[in-house]
Design a protein around this ligand. Structure first.
Ligand code: ASP
Length: 439
């Protein structure tokens, strides 16, 4: 059994957290490849080392003295080294970093040092081999990630490495120029390593025990999700549920490798398994509820619209011409409504209205703003009677007015439009009807 274990910044913020991580890794032989993030926040108002590095590099580029900033970063690492009673010295690395900052080696190089140095400490602490991500994660000449080359390089290197630490977040181009993924990108590195070694599981350790059925800011102590499919996760993340970097899904999904989200502070919790498919019945009919505020609807009405071929295309063309993406397009016989993000739409509102008038000569166009969309997602809804009925009766009891309903034929999710003000009440009502009544 081979596992790749990725630890997020809060799991590695100080020596105490490192010790927890050490215990987790040592408690299972199979945890052979470790992908660390840079040290994150130790307390609420703390600064992540990655942000400290960006700021320090900014100072270097603008010709300011960055000595104090670099020392503060150094101290973050030495605090960990001392706390773990290691005799590791990072002096050479820091001299190199200082020189590279002076030579303006790039903001991505600067940020990558956060994981690089944490990887050095981790390797020393565990007695694992340090594998510099710059030698195995490849970006091509134009700076985009090269999946094929990376898979080959990683596979080849790790075949000869029994136990290794591969820092997250960065890689390099052929000429050695360091590149990073977008923020939170260590998740992606973990996934790439898992794919390359054909891991049995990719464990992603963070500070929550997996995904929750809904947002804890709306519902107090919501239940956790045991198992979720990639498709369900995609629906929920799109609607705002974030635990994992989006790009971390594709590499392992292709290989059928499950991701297990775990909590470093509660290793006894099983966490959430993200899988391609499963015959495990979800605990509740629904897997999760997520949603977003800040949408706008544009309702276009024209009699006999239903028989006008190309009507929908012409309308959507107007949005495309203005560079606005649409979310949902429910329609009636003589009406079509387009849901868009309010912030994207507001500035171009008048151009869109004029465009619609020119394109289809509607009878009238009506707009409504401050709307929220809620996605109720669940593989368990398929071929189950009554799910929609339960949602809408719960909403009616909670005095929520439903403005829009959209269910695709995949039966994986039901999207509901409500006003921004009723959003939280609606989410709570749906949670209660599916989860609280089952306990
Ligand atoms: N350290 C990087 C960040 O703060 C990458 C990561 O943690 O995954 O975004």
């Amino acid at each position: 059994m081979k596992k790749v274990v990725k630890f997020g910044g809060s799991s590695l913020a100080n020596a105490e957290q490192f010790q927890k991580v050490g215990e987790i890794i040592r408690s299972e032989e199979s945890r052979r490849y470790v992908v660390p993030s840079a040290p994150g926040k130790r307390f609420d108002n703390d600064t992540k080392v990655t942000d400290m590095l960006y700021q320090c590099y900014d100072a270097a580029v603008s010709g300011k003295d960055f000595g104090a900033q670099l020392s503060a970063i150094k101290e973050r690492y030495y605090e960990i080294i001392r706390g773990l009673h290691l005799s590791l010295s990072l002096e050479e690395e820091f001299s190199r970093i200082e020189a590279d900052f002076k030579a303006q080696a790039g903001a991505e190089y600067a940020a990558s040092r956060g994981e690089f140095l944490n990887g050095k400490i981790m390797a020393e602490y565990l007695g694992y081999e340090f594998v510099d991500a710059a030698s195995v994660i490849r970006f091509d000449k134009d700076g985009s990630f090269d999946a094929e080359k990376t898979d080959k390089l990683l596979g080849k290197k790790l075949a000869k490495c029994e136990r290794g630490v591969i820092p997250g977040f960065y890689g390099a181009m052929e000429d050695g120029t360091v590149k990073t993924f977008s923020r939170g990108g260590s998740d992606v590195t973990g996934s790439l390593v898992a794919k390359a070694i054909r891991a049995d599981v990719y464990e992603n350790w963070t500070d929550v025990s997996g995904f929750l059925v809904t947002d804890p800011r709306i519902v107090e102590n919501p239940m956790g999700i045991d198992t979720i499919t990639y498709r369900e996760l995609r629906e929920l993340s799109y609607m705002g549920a974030t635990v994992l970097h989006e790009d971390a899904i594709f590499p392992v999904r292709k290989e059928g490798i499950p991701i297990n989200i775990r909590n470093t502070n509660r290793p006894e919790d099983r966490g959430t398994f993200i899988v391609e498919s499963t015959c495990r019945k979800p605990k509740y009919v629904i897997t999760g509820i997520a949603g977003k505020k800040g949408f706008c609807s544009i309702n276009i009405e024209k009699s006999m619209m239903n028989s006008e071929i190309g009507f929908g295309r012409k309308i959507l063309q107007v949005f495309e011409d203005q560079g606005i993406s649409f979310e949902h397009v429910p329609s009636g016989i003589d009406t079509m409504t387009v849901y868009v993000h309010q912030d994207e739409f507001e500035e171009k509102e008048q151009q869109v209205i004029a465009g619609i008038h020119r394109a289809v000569q509607p009878d009238f166009v009506e707009m409504e703003s401050d709307l929220a969309l809620i996605a109720v997602v669940g593989r368990g809804m398929k071929s189950q009677r009554g799910t929609a009925g339960r949602i809408f009766s719960a909403l009616a009891h909670a005095n929520v007015n439903v403005k829009m309903i959209d269910q695709g034929s995949s039966e994986l999710n039901i999207i509901i439009g409500v006003s921004n003000e009723e959003f939280e009440r609606a989410v709570k009502a749906i949670y209660d009807i599916f989860v609280m009544t089952q306990i």
